[in-house]
Design a protein around this ligand. Sequence first.
Ligand SMILES: [Zn+2]
Length: 120
Amino acid sequence: MALIKCTECGQEISDMAQACPKCGKPTRVAIKQKSPWGAAILNFFFWFPGYFYVGEYLLGIVFLLIVIAGTIMLCLNLNTPYGHIPWAVMALLADLLISILLAIDGYKRVEKYNQAQLKK
Ligand SMILES: [Zn+2]
């Protein structure tokens, strides 16, 4: 255990403390950091949970609806006979591209979220 200086008022506090006893400023220990890779993986596989994870609920709902619509369309297409294979391959590639973009976006959003938490 060591003593650190409060970034707000300069009071010496334990580095294990959740907040400064004098001014109440939360220490780094108390700040909950989120994992950028967690959001990236969630978004890569499912497209939307990464947004809920980082608190971007609107984007999460939008992509959830896109996933539901896409699943319904996929189910409807399963009933059609073959002959759509090039189209299916294109759709799969597009899917993969969107997965990668959403994973990167999720990663960046968590990094930004963590930065904002530290500045509070
Ligand atoms: Zn303080």
